[in-house]
Design a binder for this molecule. Sequence first.
Ligand SMILES: Cc1cc2nc3c(=O)[nH]c(=O)nc-3n(C[C@H](O)[C@H](O)[C@H](O)COP(=O)(O)OP(=O)(O)OC[C@H]3O[C@@H](n4cnc5c(N)ncnc54)[C@H](O)[C@@H]3O)c2cc1C
Length: 462
Amino acid sequence: MRPGRVACHSNLLFVVSRDPRSRSTSWRLTLASVSTVPPYQSPIAPGRSYYEDTVERPAYPPLEGALSVDVAIVGGGFTGLSAAVHLARSGASVVVLEAHRFGDGASGRNGGQMGTGQRLWPLELEAEYGPDKAKRLFKLGEEAKAHLFDFVEANGLDVDLGRGQLSIAHKARYLDEYQRTAEVLAERYDYPHARYMDAAETAERVGSARYFGGMRDTGTGHLNPMKLVVATARLAAESGAALHEGTKVERFEERGDRSVVVTERGEISAGHVLVATNAYGHDLAPAVDAHVMPIGSFIGATEPLGDETVLPGGEACDDSRFVVRYFRKSADNRLLFGGREAYTSAAGDITRHIRTQIAEVYPRLKDVRLTHAWGGNVAITMKRMPYVRRLSPTMTTIGGYSGHGVLLSNFAGRLFAERFAGNRDRLAELEDLDIPAFPGGKRLRFPLMVLAMTYFSLRDRF
Ligand SMILES: Cc1cc2nc3c(=O)[nH]c(=O)nc-3n(C[C@H](O)[C@H](O)[C@H](O)COP(=O)(O)OP(=O)(O)OC[C@H]3O[C@@H](n4cnc5c(N)ncnc54)[C@H](O)[C@@H]3O)c2cc1C
């Protein structure tokens, strides 16, 4: 036996040394220290999320060498992993390449709120696209919802599914819009699950008297996004997709009628490439950079609450602020509160900001302890609708869900698989949206955006 470290198991470090009390050459084994292995944290987003502590994340090996496949998917969030499941199930050969770990982008760190229809509400959709297209887009959003519920149920997934959404007005001037939206949903959109709430009902359902009224939607829900990421990756692997983490795509090359995806230690020749990098694919595809803007959004998780009056019905909540506050309770009764957006890369003190916002809604929780505080990039577009585009005959990008991706991204992955299999082309409905590039080019678009956002967040206050 030789002196020195012999084993480091979990957090325990054992050391072998000569026993000083013994004249013979006997050795002793001592527990030398308890080392703390830092818990894993996404390298592309600030803070460790609460979801990390709710599920084991199996590791997938980096890509080494060359491969030839039908479809190469870049980005292992909901969009990429969902596409992989449905492509592999339809018999295509598929590989998913993720620069870090699956779910390290927005998909494993979001608010988990599904919402209804599209990010734009029916009246906004009608103003933008006219009544017929508005109805088709709303229906597509509802198909996305049915798809997600079915996917979870058919595969027996445990994703902490909760039911219901409260959309609430932080200023009285927004009440008409909520009332009208509930009516329009029922009368013109065949959606009977949304109902207007007055101030008293809102106060009771939210557990706070800070809001003026709103809309209760019993037809939707919320979930633990990291559990969904982990489960979707497992289903993709079981269906035959090759999954690689720690594999950053450096560039694309066109070779004949195929695309070649180049990584540090390998390359893949693919009949088609899906670029599913959303708000994280900086400089990989110039068209995506021009049309999709990353915006930081931040969430805090409290310790489990003893207070049963906070969201007693278990619904998720989003408010009328342009810089929206969104909150819900976790399966173990914590308040998960999202509310701060940042347009610079510095996250600042997330805990302090989120605690202040929690105290505004729930003054009785002003001293509550936050066990986790984290953030990530939301991908927004000029029209707050998804960006779907053919980048070349052999490359497609899908993303830019503008805060509505829990519902849409999982479905968009399936729509891509449908298109690839030549079954149906419902993706075309989103591709037709004709999302414009952000003005100002690469240099000016960001400062212009910050100006616009600052204006809207000031308006939220008055
Ligand atoms: C804090 C926060 C709260 C949110 N809350 C909600 C909510 O409540 N409801 C809702 O509907 N939406 C919400 N969203 C948005 C939602 O999470 C996204 O719309 C959705 O997860 C997008 O999934 P995606 O697969 O397209 O992208 P992502 O999950 O971001 O995945 C993109 C992946 O691409 C990888 N990648 C990038 N470049 C490369 C490269 N060169 N090579 C290989 N891989 C690469 C990244 O590492 C990343 O994992 C929220 C987002 C955030 C950040």
